[in-house]
Design a protein around this ligand. Structure first.
Ligand code: AMP
Ligand code: ZN
Length: 464
């Protein structure tokens, strides 16, 4: 049996999926306006761990991680410029190039952290505008929306359960706390579903309400519905998503569908440096490449994360990371020094399962690995087999002895992106010889290209 701490109920709940062998899981993904930092990556290591634990218990997992490439405004009160567009102007690149660049950077971090994304779906907000418009229309038809001079808003007064996730103190919300500069909002908690374009918009679409772009929250509701159905099992994010983004998702989806959005809501806590949340806006960001620059394996960061529970606010220091790096090296050296594998030790396996099946208790699982290492009653071959069995969940890649080196800039080279765009154009013109030649060129440069149904038509990845 698996138990998860469920933010929706506030208790440790036994996991009971909607279907007996398949789990649907939606993980709120990155806004691709900059490089994802080590704090951001906790959210995806956490999501992957949930997935691996479920797979270990015999489930197939349908995982969706959205890519936010439009609609996330600088100010969470539905004000300010679009984060992606602001960055595009700053770097003097078009929006597509910016979003591809940082999406690929994100994919690269997943690879460096040995996160299993082989069958994960990564839908982009900008490619699901019609789904978002459809959902807003449904809400409008139910009388849940109203229009102001700058957009269409969700009327939270029409959704009495608003704020149930994390038991948000709505009445205690200071007047104006979420109003921003918009004094046409009926309630502080109301939020934009569709915003009307202003003069300098780089991304905009036609809609029944006028030319504009979707609000940030509607993308998750619309894409979750499309890929996982009206109600699915698990929804995750960072703790910062609880008060606004996830309560807004619940309000929209449940109003549109008259059904729960997700049964289990799980949230990873933040990583701080000197007690301050790692954040682009504070300017205290740290990236995996900064870790590698110090000669530390990226997976040592993953291991370091496991030494504290995902739900704890955890302060990062290089000192503690170095200790994790040593500990992981010890495990890796042991596993690679034994040249034949024995059998898993069932008693250790059961203990390990009891830890990870109880709300992903990785600190205990990590301690258990060292207990095992010290245990003279278990042969080295069996220790090796047992550690590798644990590793199939923890994803520490214990058999990999090579230290990963990252180039200074791990984003996909814009030249390669350009080749891929040209290839897509060649394909659409049915010039397959040219398309093949371009694919060859891309592969020679060390990338793989996969065709998708998306508007871009492809996903690029650096080869391992
Ligand atoms: P964003 O791209 O800003 O939407 O954030 C992507 C993910 O990273 C979200 O799940 C956030 O909750 C998470 N996140 C942002 N900052 C931190 C941090 N310092 N520590 C842990 N997670 C974070
Ligand atoms: Zn979301």
């Amino acid at each position: 049996m698996i138990y998860f701490k469920n933010t929706l109920t506030g208790t440790l709940d036994e996991f009971k999926p909607l279907q007996h062998d398949i789990v649907g899981m939606y993980n709120c993904g990155p806004t691709v306006y900059g490089k994802v930092h080590i704090g951001n990556m906790r959210a995806y290591i956490f999501a992957d761990l949930i997935k691996q634990v479920l797979i270990r218990d015999g489930y197939a997992v349908h995982q969706v991680i959205n890519i936010t490439d439009v609609g996330h405004l600088v100010d969470d009160g539905d004000d300010g410029d679009d984060k992606v567009e602001t960055q595009a102007k700053k770097e003097n690149l078009d929006v597509k190039t910016i979003t591809l660049k940082y999406t690929h950077y994100f994919f690269e971090q997943l690879r460096l952290l040995n996160i299993d994304d082989s069958d994960t779906m990564f839908p982009k907000a900008s490619e699901h505008i019609s789904e978002q418009i459809r959902m807003i229309s449904q809400l409008e038809a139910k009388g849940m929306t109203y229009t102001t001079s700058d957009g269409v808003y969700f009327d939270t007064a029409q959704f009495p359960e608003y704020g149930q996730l994390g038991k948000i103190d709505i009445k205690g919300l200071k007047e104006g706390a979420r109003i921003g500069h918009n004094n046409e909002k009926r309630n502080p908690t109301d939020f934009a579903l569709w915003k009307f374009s202003t003069d300098n918009r780089l991304q905009e679409w036609e809609s029944p309400w006028g030319i504009g772009f979707p609000g940030w929250h509607i993308e998750c509701s619309a894409m979750a519905k499309k890929y996982l159905g009206t109600t699915f099992d698990i929804h995750t994010g960072g703790v910062d998503h609880i008060p606004t983004h996830h309560n807004n998702e619940i309000a929209q989806s449940q109003s549109a569908h008259d059904a729960p959005l997700a049964h289990y809501w799980m949230h990873a806590n933040h990583i701080t440096i000197d007690g301050k949340k790692i954040s682009k806006s504070i300017g205290n960001t740290l990236y995996l490449e900064d870790i590698v620059e110090r000669g530390i394996h990226p997976l040592s960061y993953k291991f370091w994360l496991y030494t504290s529970h995902y739900s704890t606010l955890t302060n990062f220091t290089f000192e503690s990371l170095e200790a994790s790096d040593k500990a992981l090296t010890k495990l890796r050296s042991f596993v690679t020094s034994i040249d034949s594998t024995g059998e898993t030790d069932e008693s250790y396996v059961q203990t390990f399962n009891s830890y990870i099946y109880t709300d992903l208790d990785t600190p205990k699982a990590v301690a258990l690995m060292f207990d095992l290492l010290k245990d003279d009653a278990v042969s080295d071959q069996n220790k090796r087999a047992t550690l590798l069995d644990f590793d199939s969940v923890l994803g520490l890649d214990l058999l990999n002895t090579s230290l990963v080196t990252i180039q200074q800039d791990t984003s996909i080279d814009p030249v390669i992106t350009n080749l891929a765009i040209r290839r897509t154009k060649a394909r659409s013109l049915r010039d397959f010889a040219q398309a093949d030649a371009l694919r060859h060129e891309i592969e020679l440069a060390g990338y793989s290209i996969k065709d998708t149904d998306s508007e871009d038509g492809f996903v690029l990845k650096k080869k391992r």
